[in-house]
Every structure is written in structure tokens, then in C-alpha cells.
Design a protein around this ligand. Structure first.
Ligand code: ATP
Ligand code: MG
Length: 475
């Protein structure tokens, strides 16, 4: 009996409402799974044998104004919002599928039919909220056992389950990755057989699950499963293309797929930022395209950071990911991911550090985190050496930033200033002078100060045949 675990006051009220309406009800699915796993969860799903909307109405009255009820007549569901809890009531239903769509034909059904249409045994458990059975676990498919064994398994024939709604294949991998479970081999083989049916699922849905895999504690687990199951190539061919090793004249390059996964796992130990994780996933995405073999140099991937950053918008568009600052952030990190390495290998000049600060701006710390994650050598001595070098780069970055304030650089002399000083209209010359000032600051020719920049401006303008008119300008 789990009665004492049902702490939320709504459960008692549902119990009363079941007595009044005569409709039995259960809390089902993810909430029950998470309760048994001791995971936090805010969405409560309640299945009612009878009208979910009617029962929800009775519960709302009992809550007396402290909750808001939203009814979705078309779906036959009602949502009760109380604080940050969302409680959804739905009548028990059964579903039948057609081959061309993952949207089923839905009819009213019994509790057992409702439970059987669920994706995995661990998601098919329910706790009764009615009468003397209040708190009783209903576990028709041995979900509790699978929870203990950390197994993902479908209640019914996996081939039918996955073919009916191919999104479930993504969900299987997602739960396995999120919860550190394994997918039962019959289930996994069924996914392999049905992988190509993922096509009928919208990219938004696929990405919802994919991003949950990306956010799991060790994303490589899920990504490897997607690859082995044959799902990855269906929706993310660029990532699939990173897999494999080519050998020429006895020289092999590393497998960029597995290297990428290791970088992603390393990074995930330090950051929960989804888009930084995406930058890790895509940092070497252009390696297959830029790969060349040179008899002297061996394998090279020249320019993969440029080509990679150019690939990002197309990939994001196709995957229906946001095309806003988040994408630009990923692009920027892909483009810059080799720069700190270059800095750490040569004697660092202040000007190289200023340039990196200028280009990375506020994302400099994330860039350093990515670069540190990119060290995947098996040689511990080497790893330590690289980490030490990056530590020096970080120190240098802090030192220069304190001195020169380049990170959020605003030109000390504006285009307005230039136009006013020389009494000229917006023109090529204004741009040239602005650029010259910026370059001088980054190169350390002049400090990042208004006074020096104005002086430099006068000299620069002279070269272009411009002389200051006699107007006052603020110094
Ligand atoms: P989370 O909320 O962490 O994503 P969840 O298991 O609660 O996990 P939801 O998408 O909220 O997932 O779905 C709630 C429940 O509905 C699931 O536990 C499962 O019983 C059922 N379910 C959801 N999606 C499907 C599906 N595609 N096929 C079958 N049953 C599903
Ligand atoms: Mg849920």
C-alpha cells in the first residue's frame, strides 16, 4: 500500500469525488514511476473510468477557489492547476492505429485497456484512489519488477507498439539514457526493425526526446543507442557520418563520432546548458567533409571549424531547433573551438588574447569549458599537460580582461564622433577609421581609452586626407 506516499491533498479530494460520482480513478504513468524511483515530478495524470471532466469539476469545487480548471472538451480532458502542480484528468480510453499516422483513433475504454496502450511497463503502473483500495499499486505488466531490474520493456508486442507510434522508439532511448536503464533486447531488436518508421513523426517531437537525451547525465549512452538502433541516420545523417575510421598507408584517423560523444560526456560533467552541449555535439561536425590525406602530414581536417559553423544553421533548421541567439551561440562556439588550443600551444601574446576576448565576448567561459572537454587523450600525462596549458590561458584571459575590458567591447570612439570631428557624412572613411581604431586597440598599439583613441583617429584620418573641423567634441 502506498497510501502514505500520496501526500498531495488533491488525492484525498479525488478519493471523495470518486465516491460521490461513482467513477473509480487512478493516478498513472510517469508520476507513479517517479514516485517509486524517488524522483521529483510535478505532472499528475489521473485516469477516470467514466467522465474525467465531471470528476475534475467535483474536485475543483472541493478545492474552493485555490485551483484553476481548464477543460479541453475535444480531448475529453480537464487540467487542474494548483500552485506549480498540474493535475490532468482523463477518461480511460482505448486506441487503434493506422499505418500512416501516429495519431490513433480514440474511444472510451476500461482501465485495463487504458493501461495496455501505454508505452513501457514502468510507465504502465497505477495507484488506485478509490474506496478501500486507496493507495493500492495496480501493476498489470510487472512494471515494478522492470523498475528494479532497470529495464525498458513494452507491455505488449514491441513490434506493434513501436510501429503504431514510432515516437516510442525515441522515448525508449530517452528513458534509458535519462534513468540509466537498459532497453530489453526483444524491444531493442523491434526498434531496429521499425527504425525507418520514425519518418512519420514530426521533427519537433523527435527533438523533444533528443534534447532530453542530450540533457541526461551521460548523453553518450542514449546517442550510442540511437546509432546502433538505426534511428540516428534517419533524422541526423550529419552525426551518423562522423562514425567510422579510414586507413590510408597504414594511418588511421580517430573515430569522430566516438570522440564527439566523449567530449559531450566530459562537458556534461561540468555543464547542464543544453546549447553548450549542442556546441560539443557539433564542434567537429564538418570533419567528414574536410577530411584529407596527405602523405607527409597524415589526416587533416583543415577549416572544419569554419565549415562546421556554416553547417549549423542548416542543421538547426532541418531539426526544427530555434534559429535565434541560441543557434548563433552554438555557431560561435563551433567556429572558435580551436582558438584556445592555438593560444595554449604558442607563446601567448596579449594581442591574441584580446582578439579571442573580443570575438567570444561573454561566451568566453563556455568556450574554455568546451575546449577543456575536447581533451580526450587516453594518456593521463598529456591530459594534465593540456589542462595546465588551458589554466594558463584562463589566467591570461582574466589578467588581460581586467586591464583592457575587451569582453563587452564598445568602441571608445563612435561613428558619430568621427563624422562630427571631420564634418563628414556616413561613408566608407568612417568605417575605415573605426576599424583602424579597433585593430589598434586589439593589437595593443593604443590602450582601450577614449583620449588615446581620439588622438589615433586624427592621425588615421590624416592619412585619408581628412582634417578636423573646428568644432568642440567631448573628450
Ligand atoms: P516525463 O514527464 O518525464 O517526460 P512521462 O512518462 O510522464 O515522462 P509523459 O509524456 O508526460 O511522459 O506521458 C505520461 C504518460 O503517458 C507516460 O508515463 C505513459 O504512460 C503515457 N505515454 C506518453 N506518451 C506515450 C506514447 N507515445 N505511447 C504510449 N504511452 C504514452
Ligand atoms: Mg509527465
Amino acid at each position: 500500500m502506498l497510501a502514505d506516499k500520496l501526500k498531495h491533498p488533491v488525492f484525498k479530494l479525488v478519493a471523495e469525488a470518486t465516491a460521490e460520482t461513482g467513477y473509480p480513478a487512478w493516478v498513472v504513468g510517469g508520476w507513479v514511476r517517479d514516485l517509486l524511483l524517488d524522483r521529483k515530478s510535478k505532472d499528475i495524470d489521473i485516469v477516470v473510468q467514466g467522465s474525467g471532466i465531471e470528476l475534475a469539476g467535483v474536485v475543483e469545487k472541493k478545492l474552493g477557489g485555490s485551483a484553476k480548471l481548464v477543460v479541453y472538451k475535444n480531448f475529453g480532458t480537464a487540467m487542474l492547476k494548483a500552485g506549480d502542480w498540474e493535475i490532468e484528468f482523463v477518461g480511460a480510453r482505448k486506441e487503434s492505429y493506422r499505418s500512416d499516422s501516429r495519431k490513433p483513433i480514440v474511444e472510451n475504454g476500461t482501465f485495463a485497456e487504458d493501461i495496455s496502450r501505454r508505452d513501457f511497463t514502468i510507465n504502465a503502473m497505477a495507484i488506485c484512489l478509490t474506496g478501500s483500495d486507496f493507495g493500492k499499486l495496480e501493476d498489470l505488466f510487472n512494471g515494478y519488477n522492470d523498475l528494479k531490474k532497470k529495464t525498458i520493456r513494452t507491455p505488449l508486442d514491441p513490434d506493434i507498439t513501436y510501429s503504431d507510434d514510432p515516437l516510442r522508439m525515441m522515448r525508449a532511448v530517452r528513458f534509458a539514457s535519462q534513468l540509466n536503464f537498459t532497453i530489453h533486447c526483444d524491444s531493442f531488436n523491434a526498434i531496429k526493425r521499425n527504425a525507418s518508421r520514425i519518418k512519420i513523426v514530426s521533427m519537433e517531437r523527435i527533438m523533444d526526446e533528443f534534447n532530453k537525451i542530450m540533457l541526461s547525465p551521460k548523453p553518450s549512452r542514449g546517442l550510442k543507442m540511437l546509432k546502433t538502433a538505426g534511428l540516428l541516420k534517419e533524422f541526423f545523417p550529419e552525426l551518423e557520418a562522423m562514425h567510422g575510421v579510414e586507413v590510408v598507408e597504414g594511418k588511421a584517423h580517430k573515430d569522430n563520432f566516438f570522440h564527439t560523444l566523449q567530449v559531450l560526456d566530459n562537458l556534461s560533467e561540468h555543464s547542464d546548458n543544453l546549447w553548450l552541449r549542442w556546441a560539443a555535439l557539433l564542434h567537429d561536425i564538418a570533419k567528414p567533409r574536410t577530411k584529407q590525406f596527405d602523405t607527409k602530414a597524415g589526416w587533416t581536417f583543415h577549416g572544419h571549424e569554419f565549415v562546421g559553423s556554416k553547417m549549423v544553421p542548416r542543421i538547426f533548421k532541418r531539426l526544427r531547433l530555434p534559429l535565434d541567439d541560441k543557434m548563433k551561440y552554438v555557431q560561435k562556439l563551433v567556429l572558435l573551438h580551436l582558438r584556445p588550443i592555438v593560444l595554449s600551444e604558442s607563446i601567448v601574446t596579449d594581442s591574441a588574447v584580446r582578439r579571442l576576448l573580443f570575438e567570444a565576448g561573454d561566451d568566453i567561459d563556455d568556450l574554455m569549458t568546451l575546449c577543456e572537454a575536447d581533451i580526450t587523450s587516453a594518456n593521463e600525462y598529456k591530459v594534465q599537460k593540456y589542462l595546465d596549458n588551458f589554466k594558463l590561458v584562463r589566467e591570461k584571459l582574466t589578467e588581460i580582461e581586467e586591464k583592457d575590458r575587451i569582453r563587452n567591447w564598445q568602441p571608445p570612439v563612435t561613428g558619430e564622433d568621427i563624422m562630427q570631428t571631420f564634418d563628414i557624412k556616413p561613408s566608407k572613411e568612417v568605417g575605415m577609421i573605426k576599424t583602424a581604431i579597433r585593430e589598434a586597440i586589439l593589437d595593443g598599439v593604443i590602450p582601450n581609452q577614449r583620449e588615446e583613441a581620439l588622438e589615433f583617429m586624427i592621425n588615421e584620418a590624416k592619412k585619408l586626407g581628412l582634417n578636423p573641423v573646428d568644432k568642440k567634441i567631448n573628450h
